[in-house]
Design a protein around this ligand. Structure first.
Ligand SMILES: Nc1ncnc2c1ncn2[C@@H]1O[C@H](COP(=O)(O)OP(=O)(O)OP(=O)(O)O)[C@@H](O)[C@H]1O
Ligand SMILES: [Mg+2]
Length: 234
């Protein structure tokens, strides 16, 4: 069954439309990749899914129900976590304090979830007392994802989780995404890294200039030269 259905949405910033007729679905248990060049509209789609932006047309359904006027609190309470582009952590707080903040909606089971996060990112456990602002860029990215996991999401929305990381850390992050998915979290990930995204994803969609250009299984897209072409600009 589809956990998330994006049904024919248009999205605009003010009167400038940037998304046209975008439809996609994510089934429970899947990892789905949303691919596309800079400016294609990937972040905009994720922000619309998590209620930061409202579509000007179309509908978003979560567990079969329209989520037209979701508030941030409702989104989180319904089990959706958005890890945005850039690393929005609290630099002066420790790693552990940042993780605790990820559980603010529901603190029951927090210690257990923290163990799970440390299990996925052992590097964070080694640095649990360190101020988050002094972590390396890659470690901060792990912390941002780990904090998202602290609310035990059913659907994790990841925006460019691997951006700017050294290859060895990129591998760590994608390995973590696979483990998070194996532990029962459905994942919708936005990526520039086509190769790794299609390696961990079940299916994918390619956005081009605000439209869905291609979609298919990860294997189909990995073998389709139009995917790479779509990154070379409009
Ligand atoms: N706050 C905003 N106000 C006006 N236009 C915006 C705003 N945010 C994004 N846009 C425009 O919307 C379009 C889609 O941007 P978006 O950030 O969704 O792309 P993206 O696919 O995530 O790109 P990238 O890979 O560079 O992160 C771009 O043309 C961008 O300039
Ligand atoms: Mg983006």
């Amino acid at each position: 069954m589809a956990l998330l259905e994006v049904d024919d949405i248009d999205v605009a910033y003010g009167n400038v439309q940037v998304i046209w007729n975008v439809s996609l679905s994510v089934d429970e248990g899947e990892t789905v990749a949303l691919l596309g060049a800079n400016g294609a509209g990937k972040t905009t789609v994720l922000k619309t899914v998590c209620g930061d932006l409202a579509p000007t047309a179309g509908e978003i359904r979560y567990r079969g129900e329209s989520v037209g006027d979701w508030t941030q609190e409702e989104v989180i309470a319904d089990g959706v976590v958005h890890v945005p582009e850039g690393r929005e952590i609290f630099p002066a707080s420790s790693v552990e304090e940042n993780l605790e903040l990820g559980s603010y909606v529901d603190r029951s089971g927090m210690d257990e979830r923290m163990e799970q996060v440390y299990d996925v990112f052992p590097r964070l456990e080694e640095r649990r007392g360190q101020a988050a602002g002094t972590l390396s860029g890659g470690e901060q990215q792990m912390l941002a994802i780990g904090r998202g996991l602290m609310s035990d999401p059913d659907l994790l929305l990841l925006d460019e989780a691997s951006l700017g990381l050294a290859p060895v850390l990129v591998d760590d992050v994608f390995e973590a995404i696979e483990r998070i998915n194996e532990q029962g979290t459905t994942v919708l990930l936005v990526e520039q890294d086509i190769y790794n995204a299609l390696r961990v994803a079940d299916r994918g969609y390619v956005l081009k200039s605000g439209h869905i250009e291609l979609s298919g299984t990860a294997a189909e897209l990995a073998g389709d030269e139009r995917v790479e072409e779509s990154y070379l600009g409009a």
